[in-house]
Design a protein around this ligand. Structure first.
Ligand SMILES: C[S@@+](CC[C@H](N)C(=O)[O-])C[C@H]1O[C@@H](n2cnc3c(N)ncnc32)[C@H](O)[C@@H]1O
Length: 168
C-alpha cells in the first residue's frame, strides 16, 4: 500500500524532462510533419494523449486546434503548442474528455505501455477521430519496468520470432 502511494506521488510529480533522445524526437517530428501536411493547413485538429510539456509536434505547426490530455496539470500547462489541455487519468477512467469526431489526428508518444485498458482507450481514440482520421502511436526501446503494465514486460526475454510475430 505504501509503495503504491509512493508510486502514485512519483507519477504525479511534474517532470520537465525528455523521455527519448534528440534523434528520436526529430524522427517523430518529421513523421508528423509529413502526416500533417496532408491535412488542410490552418484547419485541422490534433490531440496528444498521455501528453506532457512537449508533444514533439513540428515547430511550424499549422493546426487550428491542439488539444492535449495527460495526468500532470503543471506539465500540460507548460506545453507551448497546446491551445487547450485537460487532465485525465486514463487508467481510472478510460474515456477521452472530447466529443465524437473532433480530431483529424490523435498522437501518443511512448506512453501506450502505461495504459491498463488499452483497448478501451483505442476505442476512444477511434470515437474522437473524424472519419478517415489518423492515430499515430510512437514507441521507444526504453522501458521502465516499474511503470509499464505486465502485458508489456512479461515476456521480455523472448524474441518476437518465439511468438511467431515478425519471424520468417
Ligand atoms: C514517458 S512519459 C511521455 C510523455 C510525453 N508523451 C512525451 O513524449 O514526452 C509518459 C506520460 O504518460 C502519462 N500517463 C501515465 N499514466 C497515465 C494515465 N493513466 N493516464 C493518462 N496519462 C498517463 C504521464 O503523465 C506522462 O506524461
Amino acid at each position: 500500500m505504501a509503495s503504491e502511494l509512493v508510486r502514485a506521488l512519483w507519477v504525479l510529480k511534474p517532470r520537465f524532462v525528455t523521455h527519448i533522445d534528440e534523434d528520436a524526437i526529430e524522427a517523430i517530428r518529421n513523421f508528423y510533419d509529413v502526416q500533417f501536411a496532408q491535412a488542410p493547413q490552418g484547419e485541422y485538429s490534433v490531440l496528444d494523449i498521455c501528453s506532457s510539456w512537449i508533444s514533439h509536434y513540428p515547430e511550424k505547426l499549422k493546426a487550428k486546434r491542439v488539444a492535449i490530455t495527460g495526468m500532470v496539470e503543471q506539465e500540460l500547462a507548460a506545453n507551448k503548442q497546446a491551445t487547450e489541455f485537460a487532465v485525465a487519468d486514463l487508467n481510472k477512467m478510460p474515456k477521452l474528455p472530447y466529443g465524437d469526431s473532433e480530431f483529424d489526428f490523435v498522437t501518443n508518444v511512448v506512453s501506450v505501455d502505461y495504459l491498463i485498458k488499452p483497448r478501451d482507450v483505442f476505442a476512444e481514440m477511434h470515437r474522437v477521430l473524424k472519419p478517415g482520421g489518423v492515430a499515430i502511436m510512437s514507441f521507444s526501446n526504453r522501458c521502465f519496468f516499474t511503470k509499464a503494465i505486465n502485458m508489456w514486460v512479461q515476456n521480455m526475454s523472448r524474441s518476437p520470432a518465439d511468438e511467431g510475430v515478425g519471424g520468417a
